[in-house]
Design a protein around this ligand. Structure first.
Ligand code: ZN
Length: 67
């Protein structure tokens, strides 16, 4: 009865296979683009595949200059 329910991972690996929020299908090589933080809600994360990153000029979360 361990409470070990794995939530959506926010790992950011270049070869990750995941759901692309832009073309709304699963794809390889998705990168974490945006982290949605919601107070008490579930929140979430948006991933984009390589073609969509190019198409929409998306900069991966990890590649952005952090303040
Ligand atoms: Zn895509």
């Amino acid at each position: 009865m361990a409470e070990n329910t794995q939530r959506t991972t926010t790992e950011d690996t270049p070869t990750a296979y995941g759901y692309c929020s832009w073309h709304q299908r699963f794809a390889g090589g998705v990168r974490l683009i945006e982290v949605i933080e919601q107070g008490s809600g579930s929140g979430g994360a948006l991933y984009a595949c390589s073609p969509c990153r190019t198409r929409y000029n998306l900069v991966p979360f990890a590649d952005r200059p952090q303040p």
